[in-house]
Design a protein around this ligand. Structure first.
Ligand SMILES: Nc1ncnc2c1ncn2[C@@H]1O[C@H](COP(=O)(O)OP(=O)(O)OP(=O)(O)O)[C@@H](O)[C@H]1O
Ligand code: SF4
Ligand SMILES: [Mg+2]
Length: 323
Protein backbone atom coordinates (compact mmCIF):
# COMPACT_ATOMS: atom_id res chain seq x y z
CA UNK A 1 0.00 0.00 0.00
CA UNK A 2 1.47 3.40 -0.93
CA UNK A 3 1.97 5.96 1.85
CA UNK A 4 -0.25 8.43 0.01
CA UNK A 5 -2.92 7.63 -2.52
CA UNK A 6 -4.93 10.42 -4.14
CA UNK A 7 -7.86 9.58 -6.41
CA UNK A 8 -9.71 12.05 -8.65
CA UNK A 9 -8.96 15.06 -6.45
CA UNK A 10 -10.60 18.37 -7.38
CA UNK A 11 -10.22 21.86 -5.91
CA UNK A 12 -12.05 24.91 -7.28
CA UNK A 13 -11.97 28.60 -6.46
CA UNK A 14 -14.94 30.92 -7.02
CA UNK A 15 -18.29 29.95 -8.47
CA UNK A 16 -20.47 30.29 -11.57
CA UNK A 17 -18.69 31.67 -14.63
CA UNK A 18 -15.73 32.69 -12.46
CA UNK A 19 -15.21 29.19 -11.19
CA UNK A 20 -11.62 28.16 -11.59
CA UNK A 21 -10.86 24.45 -11.43
CA UNK A 22 -7.32 24.74 -10.05
CA UNK A 23 -7.04 20.97 -9.59
CA UNK A 24 -9.38 19.00 -11.80
CA UNK A 25 -9.42 15.26 -11.22
CA UNK A 26 -5.85 14.39 -10.27
CA UNK A 27 -4.79 10.94 -9.11
CA UNK A 28 -1.35 10.14 -7.76
CA UNK A 29 0.55 7.89 -5.39
CA UNK A 30 3.60 8.46 -3.24
CA UNK A 31 5.37 5.43 -1.80
CA UNK A 32 7.25 5.37 1.51
CA UNK A 33 10.63 7.01 1.08
CA UNK A 34 9.78 8.08 -2.46
CA UNK A 35 10.20 11.54 -4.01
CA UNK A 36 7.44 12.46 -6.44
CA UNK A 37 7.79 15.78 -8.25
CA UNK A 38 4.98 17.97 -9.56
CA UNK A 39 6.12 20.19 -12.40
CA UNK A 40 4.49 22.64 -14.78
CA UNK A 41 4.22 26.33 -15.53
CA UNK A 42 3.08 28.96 -13.09
CA UNK A 43 -0.64 28.68 -12.38
CA UNK A 44 -1.07 25.03 -13.41
CA UNK A 45 -2.22 24.04 -9.91
CA UNK A 46 0.90 22.52 -8.31
CA UNK A 47 0.72 24.41 -5.01
CA UNK A 48 -3.04 23.98 -4.76
CA UNK A 49 -2.62 20.23 -5.21
CA UNK A 50 0.25 20.08 -2.71
CA UNK A 51 -1.75 21.97 -0.09
CA UNK A 52 -4.98 20.08 -0.77
CA UNK A 53 -3.21 16.76 -0.21
CA UNK A 54 -2.43 17.98 3.32
CA UNK A 55 -6.03 19.23 3.73
CA UNK A 56 -4.84 22.85 3.73
CA UNK A 57 -7.32 23.62 0.90
CA UNK A 58 -11.00 22.71 0.81
CA UNK A 59 -11.41 19.54 -1.22
CA UNK A 60 -14.29 19.57 -3.69
CA UNK A 61 -14.18 15.88 -4.54
CA UNK A 62 -11.88 12.92 -4.47
CA UNK A 63 -10.10 10.67 -2.01
CA UNK A 64 -6.86 11.22 -0.12
CA UNK A 65 -5.63 8.10 1.71
CA UNK A 66 -2.64 8.62 3.95
CA UNK A 67 -1.23 5.45 5.48
CA UNK A 68 -4.67 3.85 5.45
CA UNK A 69 -6.57 6.88 6.77
CA UNK A 70 -9.03 8.79 4.57
CA UNK A 71 -7.97 12.43 5.10
CA UNK A 72 -11.01 13.92 3.35
CA UNK A 73 -13.43 12.42 5.84
CA UNK A 74 -11.30 13.30 8.86
CA UNK A 75 -12.58 15.75 11.50
CA UNK A 76 -10.51 18.71 12.72
CA UNK A 77 -9.37 16.99 15.90
CA UNK A 78 -8.17 13.80 14.22
CA UNK A 79 -6.51 15.84 11.50
CA UNK A 80 -4.61 17.86 14.09
CA UNK A 81 -3.32 14.65 15.66
CA UNK A 82 -2.10 13.47 12.27
CA UNK A 83 -0.44 16.82 11.39
CA UNK A 84 3.02 16.02 12.77
CA UNK A 85 3.26 13.23 10.17
CA UNK A 86 2.26 15.52 7.28
CA UNK A 87 4.43 18.59 6.88
CA UNK A 88 5.13 21.32 4.33
CA UNK A 89 8.08 23.54 3.40
CA UNK A 90 7.20 26.72 1.51
CA UNK A 91 9.10 28.77 -1.05
CA UNK A 92 9.27 31.83 1.19
CA UNK A 93 10.59 30.80 4.59
CA UNK A 94 10.32 34.29 6.08
CA UNK A 95 6.60 34.46 5.32
CA UNK A 96 6.03 31.01 6.80
CA UNK A 97 7.85 31.59 10.11
CA UNK A 98 6.27 33.49 12.99
CA UNK A 99 8.38 36.68 13.40
CA UNK A 100 7.52 36.95 17.09
CA UNK A 101 8.80 33.52 18.08
CA UNK A 102 12.43 32.49 18.40
CA UNK A 103 13.41 29.57 16.21
CA UNK A 104 13.57 27.38 19.30
CA UNK A 105 9.98 28.28 20.19
CA UNK A 106 8.77 27.74 16.61
CA UNK A 107 10.31 24.28 16.43
CA UNK A 108 8.90 23.32 19.82
CA UNK A 109 5.28 23.97 18.76
CA UNK A 110 4.66 20.71 16.82
CA UNK A 111 6.40 18.76 19.60
CA UNK A 112 4.15 20.31 22.23
CA UNK A 113 1.14 19.30 20.09
CA UNK A 114 2.44 15.74 20.28
CA UNK A 115 2.53 16.01 24.09
CA UNK A 116 6.33 15.87 24.32
CA UNK A 117 7.73 17.30 27.59
CA UNK A 118 9.89 20.40 27.90
CA UNK A 119 13.28 18.72 28.38
CA UNK A 120 12.85 16.37 25.42
CA UNK A 121 11.55 19.24 23.28
CA UNK A 122 14.68 21.25 24.00
CA UNK A 123 16.91 18.32 23.17
CA UNK A 124 15.13 17.48 19.92
CA UNK A 125 15.06 21.10 18.74
CA UNK A 126 18.81 21.44 19.34
CA UNK A 127 19.53 18.15 17.53
CA UNK A 128 17.31 19.10 14.60
CA UNK A 129 18.94 22.51 14.15
CA UNK A 130 22.37 20.84 14.16
CA UNK A 131 21.07 18.28 11.65
CA UNK A 132 20.21 21.03 9.13
CA UNK A 133 23.60 22.67 9.63
CA UNK A 134 22.70 25.69 11.77
CA UNK A 135 25.15 26.91 14.42
CA UNK A 136 24.70 26.25 18.13
CA UNK A 137 22.61 29.02 19.70
CA UNK A 138 20.37 29.43 16.61
CA UNK A 139 17.37 28.44 18.72
CA UNK A 140 17.53 31.80 20.55
CA UNK A 141 17.40 33.86 17.34
CA UNK A 142 14.40 35.27 15.44
CA UNK A 143 13.67 34.56 11.74
CA UNK A 144 14.91 37.98 10.53
CA UNK A 145 18.34 37.28 12.04
CA UNK A 146 19.10 34.57 9.46
CA UNK A 147 20.11 34.70 5.77
CA UNK A 148 17.68 33.37 3.14
CA UNK A 149 19.44 30.02 2.90
CA UNK A 150 19.63 29.67 6.69
CA UNK A 151 15.94 30.50 6.97
CA UNK A 152 15.11 27.72 4.56
CA UNK A 153 17.18 25.40 6.78
CA UNK A 154 15.04 26.57 9.71
CA UNK A 155 11.83 25.87 7.76
CA UNK A 156 13.11 22.39 6.90
CA UNK A 157 14.02 21.79 10.55
CA UNK A 158 10.55 22.87 11.62
CA UNK A 159 8.94 20.48 9.13
CA UNK A 160 11.13 17.54 10.17
CA UNK A 161 11.31 17.96 13.94
CA UNK A 162 8.01 16.10 14.41
CA UNK A 163 9.39 13.12 12.42
CA UNK A 164 6.89 13.26 9.55
CA UNK A 165 6.38 10.54 6.94
CA UNK A 166 5.46 12.91 4.13
CA UNK A 167 6.75 16.42 3.42
CA UNK A 168 5.31 18.61 0.67
CA UNK A 169 8.14 20.84 -0.55
CA UNK A 170 6.62 23.78 -2.44
CA UNK A 171 9.39 25.37 -4.52
CA UNK A 172 11.76 25.16 -1.55
CA UNK A 173 14.75 26.57 -3.43
CA UNK A 174 13.15 28.97 -5.93
CA UNK A 175 13.77 32.07 -3.81
CA UNK A 176 17.44 31.23 -3.19
CA UNK A 177 20.68 32.06 -5.03
CA UNK A 178 21.93 29.29 -7.33
CA UNK A 179 24.84 28.29 -5.05
CA UNK A 180 22.54 28.12 -2.02
CA UNK A 181 19.94 26.16 -4.05
CA UNK A 182 22.39 23.29 -4.49
CA UNK A 183 23.19 23.23 -0.76
CA UNK A 184 19.53 23.09 0.22
CA UNK A 185 18.72 20.41 -2.37
CA UNK A 186 21.63 18.30 -1.09
CA UNK A 187 20.38 18.80 2.45
CA UNK A 188 16.86 17.65 1.48
CA UNK A 189 18.28 14.56 -0.25
CA UNK A 190 20.43 13.65 2.79
CA UNK A 191 17.58 14.18 5.26
CA UNK A 192 15.25 12.08 3.15
CA UNK A 193 17.64 9.15 3.38
CA UNK A 194 18.34 9.64 7.07
CA UNK A 195 14.72 10.07 8.13
CA UNK A 196 13.12 7.74 5.57
CA UNK A 197 10.93 10.59 4.29
CA UNK A 198 8.66 10.76 1.28
CA UNK A 199 8.55 14.07 -0.58
CA UNK A 200 5.90 15.57 -2.82
CA UNK A 201 8.20 18.08 -4.44
CA UNK A 202 6.60 21.01 -6.28
CA UNK A 203 8.71 22.90 -8.82
CA UNK A 204 8.25 24.89 -12.00
CA UNK A 205 11.80 23.90 -12.90
CA UNK A 206 12.32 20.46 -14.44
CA UNK A 207 16.07 20.80 -14.09
CA UNK A 208 15.74 21.07 -10.30
CA UNK A 209 13.71 17.89 -9.97
CA UNK A 210 15.71 15.82 -12.44
CA UNK A 211 18.22 14.54 -9.93
CA UNK A 212 16.10 14.33 -6.83
CA UNK A 213 12.78 12.86 -8.02
CA UNK A 214 12.07 9.17 -8.38
CA UNK A 215 8.96 9.97 -10.39
CA UNK A 216 7.66 13.12 -12.05
CA UNK A 217 4.09 14.26 -12.68
CA UNK A 218 3.66 16.99 -15.27
CA UNK A 219 0.64 19.25 -14.72
CA UNK A 220 -1.16 21.49 -17.18
CA UNK A 221 -4.23 23.57 -16.29
CA UNK A 222 -5.18 21.54 -13.25
CA UNK A 223 -4.59 18.10 -14.76
CA UNK A 224 -1.75 15.61 -14.89
CA UNK A 225 -0.73 15.20 -18.54
CA UNK A 226 2.18 12.82 -18.05
CA UNK A 227 3.68 10.79 -15.22
CA UNK A 228 6.76 8.63 -15.39
CA UNK A 229 9.91 7.58 -13.55
CA UNK A 230 12.27 10.54 -13.68
CA UNK A 231 14.75 9.09 -16.17
CA UNK A 232 12.02 7.77 -18.48
CA UNK A 233 10.47 11.22 -18.58
CA UNK A 234 13.78 12.76 -19.64
CA UNK A 235 14.81 10.07 -22.09
CA UNK A 236 11.35 9.42 -23.58
CA UNK A 237 8.93 12.27 -22.92
CA UNK A 238 5.63 11.40 -24.61
CA UNK A 239 3.46 14.48 -24.15
CA UNK A 240 4.15 17.51 -26.36
CA UNK A 241 3.95 19.71 -23.26
CA UNK A 242 6.61 17.67 -21.44
CA UNK A 243 8.79 17.83 -24.54
CA UNK A 244 8.38 21.59 -24.67
CA UNK A 245 9.28 21.92 -20.97
CA UNK A 246 12.41 19.83 -21.53
CA UNK A 247 13.34 21.86 -24.62
CA UNK A 248 13.05 25.01 -22.52
CA UNK A 249 15.65 23.80 -19.99
CA UNK A 250 19.03 25.38 -20.72
CA UNK A 251 21.51 22.58 -21.33
CA UNK A 252 25.13 23.49 -22.09
CA UNK A 253 25.86 19.92 -23.28
CA UNK A 254 23.18 20.14 -25.98
CA UNK A 255 25.01 22.93 -27.79
CA UNK A 256 21.81 24.64 -28.81
CA UNK A 257 19.89 27.35 -27.04
CA UNK A 258 16.85 26.63 -24.90
CA UNK A 259 13.54 26.89 -26.78
CA UNK A 260 10.98 28.85 -24.77
CA UNK A 261 7.50 27.37 -24.66
CA UNK A 262 5.37 28.97 -27.36
CA UNK A 263 2.04 30.66 -26.70
CA UNK A 264 0.38 31.84 -23.51
CA UNK A 265 -1.39 29.75 -20.93
CA UNK A 266 -5.15 29.94 -21.71
CA UNK A 267 -7.56 31.46 -19.19
CA UNK A 268 -7.91 28.70 -16.59
CA UNK A 269 -11.56 29.73 -16.03
CA UNK A 270 -12.29 28.85 -19.62
CA UNK A 271 -9.90 26.09 -20.74
CA UNK A 272 -9.92 24.78 -24.33
CA UNK A 273 -12.38 21.98 -25.14
CA UNK A 274 -11.10 18.45 -25.66
CA UNK A 275 -7.40 18.45 -24.88
CA UNK A 276 -6.54 21.47 -22.77
CA UNK A 277 -3.10 21.75 -24.35
CA UNK A 278 -4.39 21.96 -27.92
CA UNK A 279 -4.11 25.78 -28.27
CA UNK A 280 -0.35 25.43 -27.86
CA UNK A 281 0.21 21.96 -29.27
CA UNK A 282 2.33 21.73 -32.44
CA UNK A 283 0.78 18.39 -33.46
CA UNK A 284 -2.89 18.95 -32.58
CA UNK A 285 -5.52 17.37 -34.85
CA UNK A 286 -9.28 17.99 -35.21
CA UNK A 287 -9.94 15.16 -32.76
CA UNK A 288 -8.06 17.07 -30.05
CA UNK A 289 -10.75 19.79 -29.99
CA UNK A 290 -13.53 17.20 -29.64
CA UNK A 291 -12.22 14.57 -27.28
CA UNK A 292 -10.53 14.81 -23.92
CA UNK A 293 -7.61 12.38 -24.27
CA UNK A 294 -7.70 11.15 -20.64
CA UNK A 295 -4.68 9.49 -19.08
CA UNK A 296 -3.49 6.17 -20.52
CA UNK A 297 -0.66 3.97 -19.33
CA UNK A 298 1.68 3.44 -22.27
CA UNK A 299 4.21 1.27 -20.47
CA UNK A 300 4.39 0.24 -16.81
CA UNK A 301 4.58 3.40 -14.70
CA UNK A 302 4.52 5.72 -17.72
CA UNK A 303 1.14 7.35 -18.38
CA UNK A 304 0.20 10.17 -20.72
CA UNK A 305 -2.87 12.16 -21.74
CA UNK A 306 -2.45 12.60 -25.50
CA UNK A 307 -4.38 11.02 -28.39
CA UNK A 308 -1.22 10.69 -30.45
CA UNK A 309 1.10 9.21 -27.83
CA UNK A 310 3.27 7.24 -28.12
CA UNK A 311 3.50 7.59 -31.90
CA UNK A 312 2.94 11.35 -32.36
CA UNK A 313 6.27 12.67 -33.50
CA UNK A 314 7.35 16.09 -32.39
CA UNK A 315 10.28 16.30 -34.78
CA UNK A 316 8.49 15.39 -38.00
CA UNK A 317 5.64 17.82 -37.49
CA UNK A 318 5.62 21.47 -38.40
CA UNK A 319 5.42 23.59 -35.27
CA UNK A 320 2.28 25.59 -35.58
CA UNK A 321 -0.43 24.99 -33.05
CA UNK A 322 -4.12 25.47 -33.56
CA UNK A 323 -5.97 28.74 -32.96
N1 LIG B 1 -6.85 31.34 -3.06
C1 LIG B 1 -7.10 31.40 -4.37
N2 LIG B 1 -8.20 32.01 -4.85
C2 LIG B 1 -8.46 32.04 -6.17
N3 LIG B 1 -7.68 31.50 -7.12
C3 LIG B 1 -6.57 30.88 -6.70
C4 LIG B 1 -6.21 30.80 -5.32
N4 LIG B 1 -5.04 30.11 -5.21
C5 LIG B 1 -4.69 29.78 -6.47
N5 LIG B 1 -5.59 30.24 -7.37
C6 LIG B 1 -5.56 30.03 -8.83
O1 LIG B 1 -5.51 28.63 -9.05
C7 LIG B 1 -4.62 28.32 -10.12
C8 LIG B 1 -3.56 27.40 -9.62
O2 LIG B 1 -2.74 28.12 -8.71
P1 LIG B 1 -1.48 27.46 -7.99
O3 LIG B 1 -0.94 28.45 -7.03
O4 LIG B 1 -1.86 26.13 -7.47
O5 LIG B 1 -0.49 27.28 -9.21
P2 LIG B 1 1.06 26.87 -9.22
O6 LIG B 1 1.19 25.82 -10.24
O7 LIG B 1 1.51 26.56 -7.84
O8 LIG B 1 1.75 28.20 -9.75
P3 LIG B 1 3.17 28.88 -9.33
O9 LIG B 1 4.23 28.11 -10.09
O10 LIG B 1 3.03 30.26 -9.82
O11 LIG B 1 3.31 28.77 -7.85
C9 LIG B 1 -4.12 29.66 -10.63
O12 LIG B 1 -4.87 30.03 -11.75
C10 LIG B 1 -4.32 30.60 -9.48
O13 LIG B 1 -4.53 31.91 -9.94
S1 SF4 C 1 -4.22 15.26 -27.47
FE1 SF4 C 1 -3.85 16.48 -29.30
S2 SF4 C 1 -3.64 18.62 -28.61
FE2 SF4 C 1 -3.44 17.27 -26.84
S3 SF4 C 1 -1.27 17.00 -26.62
FE3 SF4 C 1 -2.01 15.27 -27.84
S4 SF4 C 1 -1.81 15.93 -29.94
FE4 SF4 C 1 -1.59 17.76 -28.70
MG1 LIG D 1 2.92 27.42 -6.56
Amino acid sequence: MPLLSVVDLAVSYGSGRDRLRAVDGVSLEVGRGETVALVGESGCGKSTLGRAVLRLEPVERGRIDFDGTDLVGLGAHALKRLRPRLQIVFQDPLGSLNPRLTIGETLAVPLAVQGIGRAERHERVGAMLAEVGLPVGSDRLYPHEFSGGQRQRVAIARALVSKPDLVVCDEPVSALDLSVQAQILNLLVRLKREFGLAYLFVSHDLAVVRHIADRVLVMYLGRVVESAPSEALWSRPLHPYTRALIEAVPDPARRRPAVPLAGDLPDPRNPPSGCRFRSRCPIATARCAEEDPGVREIEPGHAVACHLAPTGSFETTVRGGTP
